[in-house]
Design a protein around this ligand. Structure first.
Ligand code: RIB
Ligand code: CA
Length: 309
């Protein structure tokens, strides 16, 4: 039976690809996709989630949740991926009348299937923290939270010390780390081992298929940005790797650790602290991915994205 999954995302091309993988995965039933600001503003993120789902038009639509326009974020990625987060690829979206907040959708979906829903969070953790604050008993009803963010031992990617998703709302990340949830952190120095090369573009499904059309509009912009702005020949799809971790956990090795987030430091704000001492002072509160089968994970992503429609 397919596993119920809820995606909490801030699209962005990386998140859009993660949505695409999850919606086409027979082992997963995507019950909802909730938007959070991060890569782009909360309003744009809500539109982007809707655009991706409309473009893919899956046989069974997930519920959609809107990011709060009041969300306060310390950074965004608009300098890299444009105001729309999609490097200018334009998608018009239908007007929606009955919109629910992401936090409400998360609470509803978890409560309607207690113990069954895995959440994959690939943006700042604002919604997850808010849901737990509103309904503290939710923590025991979420099957598993997989969070994409932080670093195990690498440098940050938004400041010298901090990773983007955690830095954007470090206080929320701290609350989530300290919650009773069963959770796994997928740090970006691990996901950065996966680099998709240009030949992906040639192998994408035909323009006629919804997946082919979407990916053909989104991915060239990502390759361009990586080359021109970051000097990297290829693209990292961090968020897609987190979805693969939900589908095929055997490809990932984890270690139990105590993790915390620095919320005060001037130079270190938003840094993920993972205590790997022999005798840490605190009990472990999460699993952390410490290794992965890079070749297999790369292959799984490549094969899924290039599978003919
Ligand atoms: O640091 C990686 C994260 O920032 C990913 O979730 C990606 O979407 C980017 O915005
Ligand atoms: Ca993201």
């Amino acid at each position: 039976m397919a596993r119920k999954i809820l995606l909490d995302v801030d699209p962005g091309i990386d998140d859009a690809v993660a949505i695409c993988l999850a919606l086409h995965e027979p082992m997963l039933e995507v019950v909802a996709i909730t938007a959070t600001g991060g890569t782009v503003s909360p309003e744009q993120s809500t539109l982007n989630v809707q655009a991706v789902v409309e473009q893919l038009d899956p046989p069974r639509w997930p519920r959609l949740g809107c990011a709060s326009p009041d969300q306060i974020l310390r950074a965004d990625r608009r300098h890299l991926f444009g105001v729309d987060g999609f490097c200018g690829a334009h998608f018009s979206v239908a007007k929606r009348h009955h919109q629910h907040s992401s936090v409400k959708v998360i609470c509803d979906e978890v409560r309607s299937a207690p113990g069954d829903v895995t959440i994959v969070a690939t943006g700042p953790l604002t919604n997850i923290a808010a849901a737990l604050r509103q309904q503290p008993d939710l923590a025991s009803m979420i099957r598993h939270l997989i969070m994409l963010g932080g670093t195990l031992s690498g440098p940050g990617n938004v400041t010298a010390a901090a990773e983007f998703n955690i830095y954007c709302d470090a206080e929320a990340a701290r609350e989530v780390f300290h919650s009773q949830l069963t959770k796994t952190l997928v740090p970006i120095d691990l996901t950065a081992r996966i680099l998709l090369s240009f030949d992906l573009l040639e192998k994408l499904p035909a323009e006629e298929s919804p997946r082919g059309r979407l990916l053909r509009q989104l991915l060239p912009g990502a390759f361009r940005t990586y080359r021109q702005q970051l000097g990297i020949e290829g693209i990292h799809l961090h968020d897609a790797v987190a979805v693969i971790a939900a589908i095929e956990p055997k490809l990932f090795s984890t270690q139990r650790m105590y993790g915390d987030i620095e919320t005060e430091g001037t130079l270190t704000h938003g840094t993920t602290i993972l205590d790997r001492r022999l005798h840490p002072e605190h009990r472990p509160n999460l699993d952390v991915v410490v290794d992965l089968d890079s070749a297999e994970v790369t292959k799984r992503i490549f094969d899924r994205l290039t599978q003919p429609a």
